[in-house]
Design a protein around this ligand. Structure first.
Ligand code: GRF
Length: 206
């Protein structure tokens, strides 16, 4: 089954998906990678894996006087053309609007977020967890993959994994521990949703 992956940065989670698809532990074909940033290293990873990629930069829309809604509509069209069974946001730093979500009434969208449900929604989640730990407010943090809905990082969690924070950690050590959990969780969540989709009765195209 075809999977489209959305990225913005290094694409280490994309790489985890590529590796799993290549070594057969994930029965999926990553048919398209879309980035909202032209400098995302993840685009290099896609190229090396011979996966088609597209860049849709919001800045080019705002510079051309086009709306954010138009961006979301075009992004949705780009993805739909690839006819995915599943859309995975892996380090995708763009908040999709209802103009985008409305175009995916049946295709599942999932997002990786480096925090526990309801904690540190939005950007800089790892940094904010680290600061909260230093203030003694939390003992550990975590990673989750959730379904994408209108509320940012608010969708039903599919998989959640706690991640310990050690007293001797600096931010880099915590990030490294979190990213290694992400790389496992993103593959597991993708496999889980693909299994759920495969189990659904096929709607006959009338
Ligand atoms: C990850 O923590 C991801 O959850 C966040 O961006 C970080 C880097 O992801 N949104 P990647 O290396 O680009 O996959």
């Amino acid at each position: 089954p075809r999977v489209v992956v959305l990225i913005s940065g290094s694409g280490s989670n994309l790489q985890a998906l590529i590796d799993a698809a290549h070594n057969g532990s994930l029965l999926a074909e990553i048919s398209l990678v879309v980035s909202n940033r032209s400098n995302a290293f993840g685009l290099e990873r896609a190229k090396k894996a011979s996966i088609p990629s597209k860049v849709l930069a919001l800045k080019s829309y705002t510079n051309a006087g086009k709306t954010r809604e138009q961006y979301d509509i075009d992004l949705a069209q780009l993805i739909l053309e690839a006819q995915p069974v599943l859309v995975v946001m892996a380090g995708f730093m763009h908040i999709v609007s209802s103009a985008f979500l409305d175009r995916f009434p049946t295709i599942p969208l999932i997002n990786l977020h480096p925090a526990l449900p309801g904690q540190f929604d939005g950007a800089r989640a790892i940094e904010r967890a680290f600061e909260a730990y230093q203030r003694g407010e939390i003992k550990h943090t975590g990673v989750m993959v959730h379904r994408v809905i209108r509320e940012v990082d608010g969708g039903e969690p599919l998989l959640v994994q706690e991640v310990e924070i050690k007293p001797e950690d600096d931010l880099a050590a915590l990030k490294e521990r979190i990213h290694s959990v992400e790389h496992v969780l993103i593959v597991k969540a993708t496999a889980l949703v693909l299994e759920q989709e495969a189990a659904k009765p096929k709607t006959k195209s009338v």
